[in-house]
Design a protein around this ligand. Structure first.
Ligand SMILES: C[S@@+](CC[C@H](N)C(=O)[O-])C[C@H]1O[C@@H](n2cnc3c(N)ncnc32)[C@H](O)[C@@H]1O
Length: 342
């Protein structure tokens, strides 16, 4: 390898590690409420930031140095202030960079687990996600920030099922609902809809219930903890959605699709949104699909793998649901709608 090529590689990788560490510093700032605390203060010393966030001053002094070094904070005579980059990680900033910070730390955790488990082939399941206490509360917000705007701006307007269901004062269910962002958006957009979300993770359900209550939806939007495999709907549904949840239960697809079919009204629809695993490996080289390739390795640790929409459509057909495939974001995302015969 020539000297220049070697230098280029080194520089590329050094930039990578600095980018990864910048995300780690942002993650600590978010998780500890330091970025949010400083946003409220406008300007403050490390001790004031620590007090605003309720964190230990000794840690916060060190974090401020790192956040300053990586360009999240500037220093002014009145104390530290957020830079535009630091502000961009705040959860409430439109188009927030928060999901990247969470993903960065989660990826490191999952990489370490994959590396350790590879020798035996053990696949411990979704419990690995719960191994890092500080990451757990960020799952829902991370997914919401990534996919909420896509749903609102691109998917919801493209599908007619929501209008139709709302027109008949219908009932929508979200299985594996996470922090409830999908039903919250549907309930806001369609006051005629009644909604029920189910998730296995207690933390998700707690967050979802809190926001439904804060929005004043009362009984119209409910969230409960439960297992998709044992789901019993209180009444037949117009819509049963699974967003990034089907690949978690694909090993028992026959059971899941029977549950979907049996709980839908005639003309009701299962609406399944999944990342679209490409047919050709070369597509994974595209920057916009790379993360998906790594995520599928981490899905393997959890006992899952990503799907192709054609597989989902075939499972729907076998369950007597009429499938239709919709593609979004340059074919990176697929929504498969399976309608029960009327
Ligand atoms: C990738 S997350 C997607 C969450 C949410 N639908 C979203 O789009 O933000 C998958 C969700 O499925 C839930 N899940 C997986 N298997 C489940 C099961 N058997 N019963 C209930 N929930 C399950 C997980 O707790 C997790 O919240």
């Amino acid at each position: 390898m020539g000297k220049t090529a070697e230098t280029d590689l080194r520089e590329t990788v050094m930039k990578d590690i600095q980018g990864a560490v910048r995300l780690s510093v942002a993650y600590i700032g978010l998780s500890g409420g330091l970025l949010q605390g400083l946003a409220r203060l406008m300007a403050g010393t490390a001790a004031q930031i620590a007090a605003a966030a309720g964190q230990d001053a000794g840690y916060v002094v060190r974090w401020c140095d790192a956040a300053f070094a990586f360009g999240l904070l500037d220093e002014e005579p009145r104390g530290f202030v957020l830079t535009p980059l630091g502000r961009a990680f705040l959860p409430e900033t439109p188009g927030t960079l928060m999901p990247f910070a969470v993903q960065g730390v989660l990826s490191a955790h999952m990489a370490e687990r994959a590396a350790g488990l590879m020798a035996t082939g053990e696949r411990p399941g979704e419990s690995v996600l719960a191994e890092r206490a500080t990451i757990l509360p960020w799952f829902g917000p991370m997914l919401e920030a990534q996919f909420g705007p896509v749903f609102e701006k691109t998917i919801m307007p493209a599908l007619t099922i929501y209008d139709e269901a709302a027109g008949r004062q219908g009932f929508a269910i979200d299985l594996g609902c996470g922090n409830g962002w999908y039903l919250m958006r549907l309930a806001h957009a369609y006051p005629g809809l009644r909604c029920l979300g189910v998730d296995g993770f207690e933390e998700n359900v707690r967050q979802a219930q809190a926001r439904a209550q804060a929005a004043g939806f009362g009984d119209r939007v409910r969230f409960v903890q439960g297992d998709i495999y044992r789901f019993e709907a209180p009444e037949p549904a117009d819509i049963i959605a699974l967003n990034r949840a089907l690949h978690h239960v694909w090993d028992e697809q026959e059971t899941v699709f029977r549950i979907l079919h049996d709980h839908l009204k005639p003309q009701g629809a299962a609406v399944i949104w999944e990342p679209r695993w490409p047919h050709e490996r070369i597509a994974l080289r595209e920057p916009s699909r790379r993360m998906m390739a790594f995520q599928n390795l981490t899905e393997h640790v959890q006992g899952n793998h990503f799907l192709r929409p054609e597989e989902i459509a075939a499972a729907m057909t076998a369950a007597q649901l009429r499938p239709e495939i919709f593609s979004f974001l340059d074919d990176r995302e697929a929504v498969v709608v399976g309608t029960r015969a009327g």
